[in-house]
Ligand binder design. Structure first.
Ligand SMILES: Cc1cc2nc3c(=O)[nH]c(=O)nc-3n(C[C@H](O)[C@H](O)[C@H](O)COP(=O)(O)OP(=O)(O)OC[C@H]3O[C@@H](n4cnc5c(N)ncnc54)[C@H](O)[C@@H]3O)c2cc1C
Length: 406
């Protein structure tokens, strides 16, 4: 470590909390500023629960723009686009289209894979250090493909040929019998035995509890602001009062974009709205393996006695109010794919905004303000990338690694 610093982190989602934990463990004095009643209540609250370390391919890929045109007319479409008279949306969409090619997808997937796998190893160290249980399991992840040509393409692009297995439809049914009814409609699947699941909100509260026991940590409830300060530094305010700190880390999810604006920093973030349903299926019917229905882009994770189903990317819907038509479409997809999963029809719906960059690669690193670092833009993979991003940030702070990401 280069020296003990006082560091303020803005944002108590999974990204800010993981960063706080890594920095406190490295000997720094950390203040986490969170505007909400509790930590982990925004995008990190009821996400898909997937720690899908081997499945980090960004949304931007060859053919996605073409597929999206077809999806626009389907209520059950994985992606819905509402164009707005909003230059930020247009700029983001243009950059997204620019990234929709195989070369960029592979390059960005490699960056994400590196970040994800470094976090997977470190998470075990954190769990061994006594982090409370967050329904963590390592059941493996099975990605199911209905379309034969998509399956062939995916099989050619597996990121870890030694660890991941390409399966026939009957082998898919053997790996996760809960989805056996889908077998006649499957082209095949890819199984990553080392992938994990957990409850992201419980992970956030476990981190908060572990941090609270550290003398070098404090949690401040308040709304942070940023602005240009003297000598090329960024000035921090909390609830309108100046806040002294050596370094400040912006990790405020989608709100980071507005927070950085007074500094003249235009973060390439857009909120991609997504949905989840949490249900308690009849005992013994919760799938053990974490499953992705690729063609519908729906993920299924068993979290204790609950099933978490997450899906959909709504571009241009910037609130977190669940749209009843999209929820109905999601319930119909689940009923078709895993009959009985919704039990007696009682589920808890949720919607959140993925803080997404066009390329899918988060922005982690220093800025032109000497005391400001960024840890933003984790999009659809914030839970998976949280620990790896925290470790990268820690290395940048300590001077051990000057490589920025994004
Ligand atoms: C439907 C859905 C499913 C998903 N499924 C998965 C999955 O299975 N696996 C996975 O890896 N990822 C998943 N994700 C993505 C993941 O949830 C996000 O990438 C991640 O939660 C982002 O974390 P964050 O800390 O950046 O943002 P947030 O969790 O939104 O946290 C930001 C925090 O900053 C606080 N804040 C904002 N402004 C201020 C301010 N001015 N002052 C103080 N505090 C402030 C907010 O209150 C909030 O608590 C999913 C997302 C969605 C929407």
């Amino acid at each position: 470590m280069a020296g003990r610093r006082t560091i303020t982190i803005i944002g108590g989602g999974v990204i800010g909390l993981a960063a706080a934990y890594a920095l406190v463990r490295d000997g720094h004095t950390v203040t986490l500023v969170e505007r909400g009643e509790d930590v982990g209540r925004e995008a990190s609250f009821a996400n898909g629960g997937q720690l899908s370390y081997h499945y980090v391919s960004p949304l931007a890929d060859a053919g996605v723009a073409r597929d999206a045109l077809g999806w626009l007319l389907r209520p059950q479409a994985p992606i819905a686009l509402r164009l707005r008279a909003d230059p930020r949306q247009w700029r983001w969409l243009l950059a997204f289209l620019h990234a929709c090619n195989r070369h960029m997808n592979r390059k960005n997937a490699a960056i994400l894979l590196d970040l994800a796998l470094s976090g997977q190893a470190e998470l075990q160290t954190w769990r061994n250090a006594g982090l409370d249980d967050f329904l963590w399991r390592r059941p493996g992840k099975l990605v199911l493909y209905r379309d034969a040509s998509t399956f062939r393409k995916a099989a050619r692009a597996v990121t870890d040929p030694n660890g991941q297995r390409t399966l026939s439809p009957s082998e898919c049914a053997a790996v996760e019998p809960a989805f056996a009814g889908l077998q006649p409609r499957l082209a095949g699947g890819i199984f990553s035995p080392d992938d994990e699941v957990g409850d992201c909100f419980l992970f956030c509260t476990a981190l908060r509890k572990a941090l609270s026991a550290e003398p070098g940590f404090r949690l401040v409830r308040g709304t942070a602001t940023l602005g240009p300060g003297p000598a090329g530094r960024c000035a921090v305010g909390v609830d309108g009062r100046p806040f002294e700190t050596d370094l400040v880390v912006l990790a405020a999810g989608i709100a980071s974009r507005a927070l950085a604006q007074p500094l003249g920093i235009d973060l390439p973030l857009y909120g991609l709205k997504g949905y989840s349903l949490t249900t308690r299926p009849p005992p013994g019917t919760v799938p053990s393996v974490s499953v992705t229905d690729y063609d519908n882009r729906v993920v299924y994770a068993g979290l204790g006695d609950r099933l978490r189903v997450a899906a959909m990317v709504d571009i241009g819907s910037e609130d977190t109010v669940p749209d009843p038509r999209r929820l109905a479409a999601l319930r119909a997809l689940v009923a078709e794919t895993l009959p009985g999963a919704l039990g007696q029809g009682e589920d808890t719906p949720w919607a959140g905004l993925r803080p997404a960059t066009p390329t899918g690669v988060p922005v982690i690193g220093r800025t032109r303000y000497g005391n400001l670092l960024l840890n933003v833009g984790h999009g659809a993979l914030g839970f998976t990338l949280s620990v790896g991003s925290a470790m990268r940030l820690k290395e940048i702070v300590s001077g051990a690694d000057a490589r920025a990401i994004g």
